[in-house]
Design a binder for this molecule. Structure first.
Ligand SMILES: [Zn+2]
Length: 257
């Protein structure tokens, strides 16, 4: 009898492990009912609405997995709801959606601040311009997002998306260097063409000859993060205005379109 129970438990465990897209530890208290997740995604996330039904199911499973394995913690007086949690998880899911094997192995916690912040992590001083960041040092394996920036990314006509931007930095960081070359995603033969396209476009931005946000010209890492925002928020616009850039990003993100 006991042996049967052991077997039954073993089978259930195997099924759970196989069904999950990664192997991270489960945080039981963070679950949100699937039906609520679907409602929030349908109401707010254009990327989700464009998927067919089967892909929507996969998307929801990944949101659930992210929520079950990544702490989302309000700090400095922020108040967060299930909707905010789902939007964080959606932002994590979007850039890696076309890869079967995925999970953010370099992230344990997303901290939500009530507003923009500064280098001292202050949310009340006058000068504050940081919308989100991927932590380093003591903040290693943590990401900070300001709540208004998270929500702004999912407002109707947004071309930017802070949360997606920060998750792209994490993807870039996974190979050890935040350098604008996401080595786990980019096919080897495209590294050179990507670097060339990146440097040419950065030059154009410097000469005011590009409609891409100036911030993309800060360095290679910011370039990848900013153009990825465009790619996921306004793919058609990027394809029309920057076909080369679009087709390289399309290869990097696993033939998104
Ligand atoms: Zn950045």
């Amino acid at each position: 009898m006991t042996l049967y129970i052991v077997f039954a438990i073993a089978i259930v465990l195997v099924i759970i492990v196989i069904k999950l897209p990664g192997n991270k530890k489960i945080i039981p208290e963070q679950t949100i009912p699937e039906i609520d997740i679907k409602k929030i995604l349908t109401a707010q996330v254009l990327f989700f609405n464009k998927l067919n039904q089967a892909d929507q199911e996969i998307f929801i499973a990944r949101v659930l997995y992210f929520l079950a394995t990544t702490k989302i913690s309000p700090e400095k007086g922020a108040i967060i709801t299930d909707e905010h949690r789902v939007l964080v998880a959606a932002s994590a899911t979007i850039p890696l959606f076309h890869f079967d094997q995925w999970s953010y192995e370099n992230l344990d916690e997303v901290i939500i601040y009530p507003d923009y912040f500064n280098e001292k992590f202050d949310v009340s001083e006058k000068k504050r311009s940081i919308l989100g960041m991927v932590g380093d040092g003591a903040m290693h394996r943590k990401m900070i997002l300001s709540l208004p920036a998270l929500l702004e990314g999912y407002s109707r006509y947004a071309t930017s998306n802070t949360a997606i931007h920060e998750f792209v930095h994490l993807i870039d960081k996974a190979d050890g260097a935040i350098d604008g070359v996401p080595e786990y995603l980019i096919p080897k033969e495209l590294v050179q063409p990507w670097l060339q396209e990146m440097h040419e476009t950065i030059q154009e931005i410097h000469k005011n000859k590009s409609d891409i946000r100036d911030y993309a010209a800060t360095n290679e890492a910011e370039f990848l993060a900013v153009v990825s925002e465009y790619f996921f928020q306004k793919p058609k616009m990027l394809q029309e205005d920057h076909p080369e850039l679009f087709s390289l990003l399309n290869e990097i993100y696993g033939k998104h379109l």
